[in-house]
Structures are given as C-alpha cells and as structure tokens.
Design a binder for this molecule. Structure first.
Ligand code: ADP
Length: 478
C-alpha cells in the first residue's frame, strides 16, 4: 500500500496500484510510492464531484474566498519545503521551484478575490418595462489534467479558478510529478471545502485521463500537455458536447535585431531557451538574429551557454537542473542527431554529463547555421536545445517567426519603438514579449496561444471566467 493516496469525496483512498516517484537529479532517491487509480477510483471521483456540485454552486462566495485564501496562505507559508519537494521530483533548480510555489500561492490568493468579483451586466431592454440581466454561473464538474513541467503552478491556475467560479474538480496530475500534486491536494483537503468539491486521482493518462474525457458527468476539461494528447481531449470532448480548453506546445521565436542591446538580448536568449532546462512551453527554441549581428550574437551566447552550471536541482549554485527523465533525455538526443543530419552546426552542448549522483544531466545545446524549415525548428523538442536562424532584416525575421505550426509566445529584442510596435502587431503568437524572455508571465494576465498551441478561452487572470463559467441571460418583466 502506498503512503500517498487519492483524495475522493473528502476521504483519502488507496488503490491496488502504486508508482514510484523518482528524483531526476539522483535516480537512487525515491520520493515516495504514490497510489495509481483505475476505473473504480476515477469514477468514484467523478461521482463525488457531480454529487457535490449543486450545493457548492449555491453555497455562496464567502466560503469560496475563505477556502482559496487559506490554500494560498498555506502554500506561501510553506514555500521552502514545497519548493524542495518540487525541485526534487521535477528537477528544476531550487530557486526556480520555490518561485513556482510562490506563484501557485499567489494564484490562489488572486482567485480568492475573484470569487468576490464575479462579473455580470444589467442592461436596458429594447422592450419598455423589461430588465435584462447577464450573470455568470458555474459550468459544473471540471477535470484538470496537467503536465509535469509546472507541477504546482499549472494545477493552481486550473483548480483555483474552477473553485472560485463555483465548479467542482477532479484533478489528474502528470505521472512524473505526483508529489507536488499530492502536497497541494493535502492543503486543499484541509481548507474547509465540502466533501466532493475537490478530488485527486493519480494515475496513467491513457487510462484515468481518458475516463475523465469520456464520462458524461464531466462538463469541462482543462488540459495542458502535448499536441497529441490535446487532439484526443478535443475529439473526446467535442464528440459528447463537453467544454474543453487546451494549452499545448510552442516553438517560440526570439528575434534579435541589430539595434538591440546585445548583452540584454543574450541574457533574454539564455534565460528563455535554457532556464528550467528548456522544459517550458514558452521556451525560446528559435533565435532569429539579424545577419549583421549574427556572428557576434552566436559567439556571446555560446560562451554564456558553456558557462552554465548544470547539476543537482537542490545543489547551491546550480543554474540548470537535469532533464526530467530518460524518455525526454533520449528525445533530446534524437533531435540533436536530426539537427546534425539536416546540416545544422552544433556549436556546443548536447552531451551527457556525469555528476556525483546518477541523473539525466545534459549540457545545454546550441545549433547555428539552421534553416527554419528544419525539423529542429518546426517540432517542439522540450529540452535544453535552441537553434539560431539568420534573418536579413525585420521583414524576414517576422516572416520566419510566424512560419511555425505553433503560436504561443514570441519575443523581440530591439531599441526601436517602431520595430517593436510592428512586431507586436504582426506576430501571430498569443503572447508577445519586447526586450524580455519569451518565458515568464504574470499570473493576473491572460495566458495562451494561437494555432496548434492552444484551443478554447485563455487561462489565468479575469479571462479565466470565460472557461469556468457559463453565461445566463435573464429577462425580467414588471
Ligand atoms: P507530456 O508529453 O508533457 O507528458 P502528455 O500530453 O502526455 O504530455 O501529458 C499531459 C497530461 O495528459 C498528463 O497528465 C497525462 O497523464 C495526461 N494524458 C495522457 N494521455 C491522456 C489521455 N489519453 N487522456 C487524458 N489524459 C491523458
């Protein structure tokens, strides 16, 4: 029996299966055994969420505020401990992990406030003597299906708005990171929510996740993960008329113009491409550099990349943690081979690094002399790998930036207001960054992309209401 169980209908529930949670910085370090749900647990969680829905939607917003505020406060108070757990199971560095935990706490605090500010409209009717009221109501049962790369922030930005707007939740975290999910759920379980309002089921996506997608009692699915799984979510949900929201990959460009502050541009590229081991959907994987400064940029970036300290996520001074697991490590290596076969020049990195503990350590890799049509510039790798593409001028840079199946984030480094304004206008991405890394966003502003990156309403901030509520229009006569 595992020490870390599912949370269903207000109870901690074990199940037959369990899975080990392994530290990618030290594969000898087992974080714990986490219960693995099957059909019975998934269906019990859905039934509990459906059962609790009516009373929760009618329960009033003060209680929602109190619960979310409690959760946010406890996450913030325990940021160091939760940050260590997150770094240990996911492999991002301790400062990055602690920062993510703080972000999760802030998100719960934000949506505690939003529960008291659910918007509505009163408008004049075209018929005299009639009033028109537009209100926002809960959708019902929401399934939150999350990836491994932000083990507490992404669950927070789905669970917090779902609860704030009066929905009940079934949370299915990624297989690789049940630890942070369980710790978050343990806090939520003590926050004063009625039984069944929030449920945690851990387990395989293709089994437990698929049950959530197919069950008619699940009214909405908020998913972050791969494009392939996102297509499954879309097919299952649209087939049965359920609401869905998808956040998937990116192949985010960072354009560097000749007039940019070169040190700042190199710092943006370094951060955007390699921090969090490049395992961010907003990572800058395509560095599009104006030809006149191309060589200077590559030289400066290469020396910064080579100097990055790759090591154990918990070790003092580590700048880049390990890759999350062997599967992702192998995928990164495959793309390095693909890049070389396509004729790209590997300027540095890509090799396996030995450290004191057995882990998935990879030297950050930089390609130069690449073309945008190459697979390494069209397909998401999701590792510490970036490629430089030369562009003659802003026109060509914009065209290359937009020539991708994805459209999540896009950045430009320039000192020209005119060029920045044009890039903001012409970029086909959902988020545009000027003189900032492509990764790194605020929690109260909408997050999301275009094309294959996203589908459905935006996440985060007040825009989250679009997904987690349904609009009712009431006509009231005299
Ligand atoms: P990644 O490549 O980041 O692991 P996935 O799309 O495989 O991306 O996983 C994201 C989330 O989707 C995880 O929680 C995973 O368990 C879940 N998942 C995977 N397959 C399915 C599926 N068929 N139905 C529902 N959820 C799934």
């Amino acid at each position: 029996m595992s020490a870390f169980n599912h949370y269903i209908d207000g109870e901690w529930v074990s199940s037959a299966g369990a899975a080990r949670n392994i530290n990618p910085s030290d594969t000898d370090d087992v974080i714990g055994e986490y219960a693995q749900a099957g059909r019975a647990e998934a269906e019990a969680a859905i039934a509990a969420a459906a059962q609790a829905s009516g009373a929760w939607r009618a329960g009033g917003v003060q209680r929602r505020f109190d619960c979310l505020d409690f959760i946010g406060s406890e996450i913030l108070a325990r940021k160091d401990e939760l940050g260590r757990l997150l770094a240990r199971e996911e492999g991002k560095t301790l400062p990055e992990a602690t920062g993510e935990v703080v972000r999760a706490g802030q998100i719960f605090k934000f949506f505690a406030g939003e529960a008291l500010r659910i918007p509505g409209d009163a408008t004049a009717s075209v018929r005299p003597g009639v009033d028109v009221e537009v209100t926002r109501e809960p959708v019902g049962v929401v399934a939150a299906i999350t990836p491994w790369n932000f083990p507490i922030a992404i669950p927070a930005w789905k669970i917090a708005p779902a609860l704030a707007y009066g929905n009940t939740v079934v949370f299915k975290p990624a297989e690789l990171v049940p630890g942070s999910a369980w710790a978050l759920s343990e806090i939520i379980a003590r926050s004063g929510l009625p039984a069944g309002v929030f449920n945690l089921v851990m387990g395989e996506g293709r089994e437990v996740g698929q049950i959530l997608l197919d069950d008619p009692r699940v009214d909405a699915v908020s998913f972050t993960g791969s494009v392939g799984t996102g297509a499954r979510v879309a097919a299952a949900c649209s087939g049965r008329g359920a609401r869905f929201q998808l956040e998937m990959g990116g192949k985010n460009p960072l354009v560097v113009l000749a007039d940019a502050d070169m040190d700042a541009a190199v710092a943006c590229a370094l951060n955007g491409a390699f921090f969090s081991t490049g395992q961010r959907c907003t990572a800058s994987s395509r560095l599009i550099v104006e030809t006149s400064v191309h060589d200077q940029f590559v030289e400066a970036l290469t020396s910064r990349v080579k100097a990055l300290r790759v090591g154990h996520a918990l070790a003092e001074g580590t700048e880049i943690g390990p890759v999350v697991d062997q599967g992702q490590f192998d995928k990164n290596r495959r793309y390095l081979d693909i890049g070389k076969e396509e004729g790209a020049a590997l300027v540095c990195g890509g090799e396996r690094l030995e450290r004191d503990t057995p882990g998935f350590y990879m030297a950050p890799a930089l390609f130069a002399g690449t073309g945008n049509h190459m697979r390494i510039n069209q397909e998401e790798i999701f590792g510490p790998v970036a490629a430089v593409i030369a562009a003659a001028d802003l026109d060509e840079a914009v065209a290359i930036a937009n020539d991708t199946p994805f459209g999540l984030s896009a950045g430009i480094c320039t000192t020209s207001l005119k060029s920045a304004a044009r890039f903001k206008r012409e970029s086909r991405a959902g988020m545009v960054m000027v003189n900032l890394p492509t990764a790194g966003v605020d929690y109260h502003a909408p997050f999301g992309g275009t094309k294959a990156s996203s589908q459905g309403p935006r996440e985060q901030g007040r825009y989250a209401a679009e997904f987690y509520t349904t609009v009712k229009t009431a006509y009231v006569g005299a």
